[in-house]
Design a protein around this ligand. Sequence first.
Ligand code: AMP
Length: 210
Amino acid sequence: MNITVFLGAPGSGKGTQAKRLAERLGFVHLSTGDMLRAAIQKGTDVGKRAKATIDRGELVSDSIMIELIQNVLSELPKAKVILDGFPRTVPQAQALDQNASTKVNKAISFHVDAQKLVERLTGRRICEKCGEPFHVKFMPSKVAGVCDKCGGKLIQRADDSEDVVVTRLDVYQKQTSPLLNYYKDQESLFQVEADAPVDTVQNDLTKILS
Ligand code: AMP
């Protein structure tokens, strides 16, 4: 398996870029946030256990997340995979490294100025049907409130409200940003300037991935 990890604060554009790259370059895009939201919608056991934590903007436990991702990865032995939103803690990264077949090839850090993240998150809208992301100012849909891709309704995620966003950014700083040093030490860390226009970031990522 060939695993690339996208690392970055909430709102740094990991999901948008991962979706586009997966379609263009044949990667399997695995977003643990999307998986959890699907589990909540379906009312599964994991969904029930994770919902309150997600709504508060905190991290779901490592044990739940590691089991979730290992189950999915075990069904994709030969795939080229982009992990978007996993790992988010050092123990999650160690869990991937413990198994030779899930060792991370490249970790790409999405760098955005901290002040811009709140605006990027609170203006974000997603399609309730297909999950396609938009932004009211930076990436509006052609028709307000309607998904360009599938015609579904655009909604704001509950955890994109301003008070929860502050918690999520704090959690990123404390629990996830240590992963930058983790992958730097392994010499597998790359960085993109994620403030640039979507197509520029996409080109930079393509160079790193090919
Ligand atoms: P995201 O869509 O990646 O922003 O994830 C939404 C929420 O799902 C996060 O704020 C966390 O509560 C939870 N979540 C997603 N991935 C993870 C992870 N790897 N570890 C812990 N919690 C996660």
